[in-house]
Structures are given as structure tokens and as C-alpha cells.
Design a protein around this ligand. Structure first.
Ligand SMILES: Nc1ncnc2c1ncn2[C@@H]1O[C@H](COP(=O)(O)OP(=O)(O)OP(=O)(O)O)[C@@H](O)[C@H]1O
Length: 696
């Protein structure tokens, strides 16, 4: 494997204690300390919190017995928005202007100040997001373009906050999270809107923010119940090292709060939301723990949040976590959890690297905005960590040129503030600041000082973008549309179907039929089998007959499979020139068809056939890291006479009804709900939930 490019860089942590709110008791429970002008001789900034014995009541606080949590910054309640921006955030604008990706996450419990920090209010109270946009426009080189995408993840579904469109039922479109042949994760159909200037952004942002799912809780009347991910891309000449232009990104994440349901007095629907929020945040915690433990497989796939943020967690993005905490002892437990999480994140290392340039001919068209891609790094073969070989921080479709980052100003990174503006586009360090005065300058933080007229930039926005707008929709947009239409059609069909309850015998015979079908070499279906455990018994069955499980792509993959010479009975030799005559899409689909067959073979225990089929698939989808991992797994299993670990089943969640058989043959529903089919990290999520009725 080629040596990985980029520099190892830990995620920086800034902790912020918000002021007390009206009606809150000021018990001075949580304190922040940092030197006014931090130098290497100063004590590291810290947040302190009373130890358990001393904190049972506000009155019993013993300020001498406190735990200290040390971070890169520790901001107290008096802190101005500008202070946080100048010290912690502005250097990351420089990162983007140098052609890299920076991710800033606000973490904390409900009403701890995440939205205040990220979004803020008017004037001096402007938060990180508006200030980043202002600085980007102020500092970007002439001719560089800025684009915006904005999504929310609500109950583990992704929605486009820049898209007001709705489906036939008047509901917002759910966007699928996909992975391209190179393992790059993207959100299919997400809009990417070219921004003309700061006020254009403000219009888009305020409109989009209204769309965000907010609900009233007892804690915070505008408590956000979703994770919001706003991405700014800056692209064009003068960005990064490439004289022809590079691509920088800033990903700004306002995470939903991890609710304490007792305190929020949640009703049933709020509890369901809380469960989804808590789940994604707990997966986030697990990802961090596993990264720190050097685990082989990282469970990015267990939630859409971590999937989408893969690049920020052990990937190739520079990172900043702003952990927000409330000041009072009432929040002590939540605050401890937040500080412990932040302490764990402190140890996560990313390999920060220059993004590869998007080649314009490959740029997805912007028309109707449904073809934008949100990237995450691909996982490496060895560790499940994102690799940095290329493509990880870019779009899935753009061609990439590999590029490395020199050591540059890493020392400045550690200090947190990049002081010198960069004057050359070559040999940058990850946090070097370029442009007019650099982002680290003091004026950034001043009241409205980051604003400037950017009318002159308007003209530079035209050109390639317009050019692409004139082309029709690209393949991703068409696939996304076709998938949406197909899912809707199936949902309608499904809703019209009477529920058929199957007994154990029915299921067993369905499984036998499927096995037989496969044993006869029937390749007419490329649907993988599904197996899972109920709480009481192991029941395994093929899900191919379920109308919603089909993984058949919207276009005719079978046709391309045949065109590739795909055999109905697997042969053990790969085609001599596999897929040379095909388009990339056909190759991908053919590869998928082989993978589906390989899964079936593996499911029957025929590992040799499975291996041959996986290898055959690889001939069509070269460079697919997950597939390579799978091949290595199967090779290992064959060599050591072991079963393969983990089912490669494609379905993750299934709606299940567990029936109990009664003596007279009538079944009664015992349990109902969504079951997790597999926690296996390699398992792909189904695009849809599946109704399966199963018997005991
Ligand atoms: N640093 C601060 N200065 C002044 N007010 C603040 C500060 N931080 C938070 N607040 C206020 O505290 C309240 C809760 O903050 P905010 O809405 O930002 O919390 P949150 O963590 O985003 O909550 P949720 O997860 O529910 O959205 C708001 O009224 C906000 O204006």
C-alpha cells in the first residue's frame, strides 16, 4: 500500500460554560479557567467540577476538591462569541483556504449552548457559522467559489434543509446515505448551492434554519432535536497548493442534545426522538472509544451521523470539538458525561491532508441541486479507519489527484492560533492561514468586522457552475430520483397488501426454497439473505421474497450483469478483460451482482465459491476497500478452516412481529417493533425498513 499522505493531528477541544439562565440557581458549580494570553508556560486551560462527595448539594460545594478537565481552550460564562471564533475557529478557516477539510462540532446536552455557539444571534452575538462565512468571503482568493449544503439528521434519517420540496404525501424527502465504489460515503441528492455573498448566505441560512426540526421541551423552548450539518466548500484558483485550484471545506455540526428524559418531561413522541438522538450520540461515543482503543473495525455504520462524520473522526479532516456545558450543579452528571466524552475525543488523531482537486468535467451538475455529495473518508483495509490515499474528503464522483501535506505550521496548530498569513500557495501546513491578513487576525472577532462587501465576487461565481447547470441531471440525481420513486411505489403496494402472518413452518419452507434456488445456481435475484436472532430463538430465513428488501438498483443491473458475461452458475475463473467494454456504472452494478452471489455462496458455507465470486466482483469494482476486506476475511477463513465472522447481510433494521403459536394454530402477536438485524460494522443499511412477520 502506498504510504498515507497527510499529517497526524489530534482533534482540538474547546470547552465552554454558558452563563446561568433566568431562573437558574447560580451555585458556581462548574468553572472554567484559562490564561488571558496562553503561552507554553501557562497552565493548560481547564474546566473544573466538584468531586462527588462535595457536590451533592449546591451548599456543600467544596471548591478545593474538584476535578480538572484540561482542554485546548476553556471558556467561561463571560466569553464573547468573538473570543471563541478568533482563538479556536478562525485557524480552521485557514485550513479550508489551504485546500483541506475542517470539521467543527458542537457537543453538549440540551440547552448547554450549542446553538448559541454555532448559530448565535445578531451583531456581536453572531456565532461560529456566520463568522466562518464572513471570513471565508473576506479571505478567499479572487475567483474562488463558495458553496453551501445543509442537512439535518432527524431520527436517523437525512433531510436536505435547502430543499423545500416534498413527496406526494407532503413529507420532506429522505436522502439515502451511499457509498461509491471507492468507499467514499455521500448523501445522494443533497443540494449544493453556490453562494454569491454573505447576504445570500444569510437568506439561505435563515430560511433553512426554520426548516430544522425543533420541538418544545420543558428545558428549552427551541430545543433542537436533530443534528444539523452545514458544509461550506471553497473551490477554485488559489485554494490549496494546486495552481489550477483546489477544494477546501468546512463542516459545521450542531449536534442534538443528549436528553435526560426525566428532566425534559418527554411525551411518547419525544421519547422516540430522544432514543434516536441518544443512539446516534452513543454510536459517536463508541466510534471515539474504538478509535482510541485502536480497534480493527470502527462502527461508523451504526448510525448515519457517524457515517457522515467519518472523515472528522479518525479521517482526514482537521477537527475541533466545542463542548458546551451548563454552569449549575443540577447538570453535574450531564456535564461530567460531556467532559468525559471530550476527553476521549482529545485522543482521536486525524490524518489531515490536502483535498484532491475536483476535475470540472466530472463535477456533478447543480441543476435542481439534487446531486451533491457529502464526503467522508473511505476506510482503510487494515483498521477500518478512513484512509487518506485520496478521495476521502472530496466528492464521490470527482477525479482526484493525490497530494500530500508538508509539515508546515503544525507547531502553530498546537498553539491554536496561526499568526502569519501565508503568501505562497506551495508547501502549506494544515493550519497555515492565507489571504488578506489571515483568519487569525484580531479584527475577525470584532463587531461586524468580518463583514465586507463582496459584490465583486458575483462575476466569478459564473463559469463552470453555470456550464454544469446547463447539462442535464447526472447519473446520481437520476438514481436518487428513481430510488425515491421506486420506494414510494413499493410503500404504496405494501400499504395496500394485507398483512400475512407466517408460522415457523412457513418461514422454514421459504428458507428451504431459497436455498434450493441458490443451490441450483439461480442468479435471477441479487437479493442477499438475511439472518438474525429473535430474543428467544435463532431463526434464519431468506428475505428475498419480501417486496421491500430487494436491493436491485433502479436500472437494469441484471442486464449489465449478463452483458458482462456473468454466469448463472459461478465459474472459478474471472473473465479475461472484465468490464472493459462497460461504462463505470455498469461495471459497478456487475460487481454488485457478483457480490450478491458471493454472499449467497458464503451463506451456504461454500467459501471457495464465495471467494471466487468476490474476486470476480473485485475485477469490476477495483479499489473497493470493503470488498478487499471481505476477500481477506474469506481467504483467512478458508486457510484456517474457520467460518467467516459476521454476516454480510445487507439489511440492518427490520420491522418484526413475533408470534406465539397456540395449540389451535392461531397465532397471537407477542411483540412488535423494529429489530436490529446485525451490529456487524460491515453490514450495509437497508434503504428502507422491511415488514417481516415471523413465527416462533
Ligand atoms: N454563551 C452564552 N451566552 C448567553 N446565552 C447563552 C449562551 N449559551 C447559551 N445561551 C442561552 O441558553 C439557552 C440554551 O442555549 P442553546 O439553545 O444554544 O442550547 P443548545 O445546547 O443548542 O440546546 P438544544 O440541544 O436543545 O438545541 C438559549 O437561550 C441561549 O441563548
Amino acid at each position: 500500500m502506498a504510504p498515507a499522505a497527510g499529517l497526524m493531528q489530534r482533534i482540538r477541544i474547546a470547552a465552554r460554560v454558558r452563563p446561568g439562565l433566568p431562573g437558574e440557581i447560580d451555585d458556581g458549580g462548574i468553572e472554567a479557567w484559562q490564561a488571558a494570553n496562553i503561552s507554553s508556560t501557562d497552565e493548560e486551560p481547564f474546566i473544573s467540577i466538584p468531586t462527588p462527595s462535595s457536590s451533592s448539594t449546591a451548599a456543600s460545594v467544596n471548591t478545593t476538591a474538584r476535578w480538572k478537565f484540561r482542554f485546548n481552550s476553556a471558556w467561561g460564562p463571560e466569553t464573547r462569541q468573538a473570543d471563541v471564533f478568533v482563538r479556536d475557529v478562525a485557524p480552521l478557516v485557514g485550513v479550508a483556504l489551504n485546500g483541506m477539510t475542517a470539521t467543527i462540532l458542537a457537543y453538549g446536552v440540551t440547552s448547554s449552548g450549542k446553538t448559541h455557539t454555532m448559530q448565535g444571534g445578531e451583531g456581536e452575538l453572531r456565532g461560529v457559522i456566520p463568522r466562518v462565512v464572513e471570513t471565508l468571503f473576506e479571505d478567499k482568493p479572487e475567483g474562488a467559489r463558495v458553496q453551501l449544503s445543509y442537512m439535518e439528521i432527524y431520527k436517523d434519517e437525512v433531510y436536505d434543509l435547502l430543499d423545500e420540496g416534498a413527496n406526494s404525501k407532503g413529507k420532506a424527502f429522505k436522502l439515502p446515505v451511499r457509498e461509491d465504489g471507492n468507499g467514499v460515503v455521500f448523501v445522494a441528492g443533497l443540494r449544493r448551492v453556490p453562494l454569491e455573498d454573505v447576504s445570500h448566505f444569510e437568506d439561505m441560512y435563515s430560511q433553512a434554519t426554520l426548516q430544522r426540526s425543533v420541538g418544545a421541551t420543558n428545558l428549552n423552548r427551541a430545543s433542537s432535536r436533530s443534528h444539523a450539518i452545514l458544509t461550506l466548500e471553497v473551490e477554485g484558483p488559489g485554494i490549496g497548493e494546486d495552481p489550477e485550484g483546489g477544494l477546501g471545506k468546512i463542516v459545521l455540526v450542531d449536534l442534538a442534545g443528549s436528553e435526560n428524559n426525566k428532566l425534559t418531561g418527554n411525551d411518547a413522541s419525544r421519547l422516540a426522538e430522544s432514543a434516536a438522538i441518544n443512539k446516534s450520540l452513543s454510536v459517536l461515543g463508541q466510534v471515539v472509544r474504538d478509535l482510541n482503543a485502536g480497534k480493527h473495525r470502527i462502527p461508523y455504520r451504526n448510525s448515519k451521523l457517524t457515517r457522515i462524520l467519518q472523515d472528522a473522526l479518525g479521517g482526514r479532516s482537521a477537527g475541533l470539538l466545542i463542548c458546551n456545558v451548563a454552569p449549575g450543579l443540577k447538570w453535574r452528571k450531564d456535564t461530567l458525561n460531556t467532559l468525559n466524552f471530550a476527553t476521549a475525543v482529545k485522543d482521536v488523531e486525524n490524518r489531515v491532508a490536502v483535498n484532491e482537486r475536483r476535475v470540472e468535467d466530472d463535477e456533478p451538475p447543480k441543476r435542481k441541486g439534487r446531486a451533491s455529495l457529502i464526503p467522508a473518508a473511505r476506510p482503510s483495509i487494515g483498521g477500518g479507519r478512513p484512509s487518506v490515499g485520496g478521495g476521502g474528503a472530496g466528492t464521490a464522483r470527482g477525479k482526484r489527484r493525490t497530494s500530500t501535506v508538508g509539515p508546515g505550521v503544525l507547531a502553530e496548530v498546537a498553539g491554536g492560533v496561526a499568526k502569519k498569513p501565508r503568501t505562497s500557495v506551495v508547501a502549506p501546513g494544515p493550519y497555515a492561514i492565507r489571504g488578506k491578513g489571515g483568519s487569525g487576525r484580531q479584527s475577525v472577532g470584532g463587531a461586524g468586522s468580518g463583514r465586507q462587501s463582496v459584490g465583486g465576487n458575483r462575476k466569478s461565481i459564473v463559469g463552470p457552475w453555470r456550464h454544469h447547470e446547463d447539462h442535464g441531471e447526472d447519473i446520481d440525481a437520476r438514481i436518487a430520483k428513481a430510488v425515491e420513486a421506486e420506494v414510494e411505489r413499493r410503500m404504496r403496494e405494501k400499504a395496500a397488501e394485507p398483512v400475512v402472518e407466517e408460522t415457523k413452518e412457513d418461514l422454514a419452507s421459504r428458507l428451504r426454497a431459497l436455498e434450493q434456488k441458490f443451490a441450483q445456481g439461480d442468479s435471477s435475484t441479487n437479493t442477499p439473505d438475511v439472518s438474525f436472532n429473535t430474543t428467544a430463538k435463532n431463526v434464519s430465513f431468506g428475505a428475498a421474497s419480501s417486496p421491500l428488501v430487494s436491493t436491485k438498483p433502479p436500472f437494469d443491473a441484471d442486464a449489465s450483469f449478463q452483458a458482462a458475461g456473468g454466469p448463472s452458475t459461478p465459474s472459478r475463473t474471472a473473465p479475461a478483460t472484465p468490464g472493459n467494454e462497460m461504462t463505470p456504472t455498469m461495471r459497478k452494478k456487475t460487481g454488485r451482482a457478483y457480490v450478491a452471489l458471493a454472499r449467497k455462496a458464503a451463506g451456504t458455507g461454500d467459501l471457495q465459491t464465495a471467494l471466487d465470486l468476490y474476486r470476480r466482483a473485485e475485477a469490476y469494482v477495483k479499489g473497493n476497500v470493503k470488498l478487499r476486506e471481505r476477500i481477506l476475511d474469506v481467504e483467512y477463513a478458508l486457510e484456517h478452516g474457520r467460518p467467516i465472522v459476521g454476516s454480510p447481510a445487507k439489511v440492518k433494521k427490520i420491522k418484526v412481529r413475533v408470534l406465539s403459536e397456540k395449540e389451535n394454530g392461531v397465532s397471537a402477536v407477542e411483540e412488535q417493533g423494529v429489530k436490529q438485524v446485525s451490529e456487524e460494522p460491515g453490514v450495509k443499511e437497508a434503504e428502507e425498513s422491511v415488514d417481516v412477520v415471523m413465527g416462533e
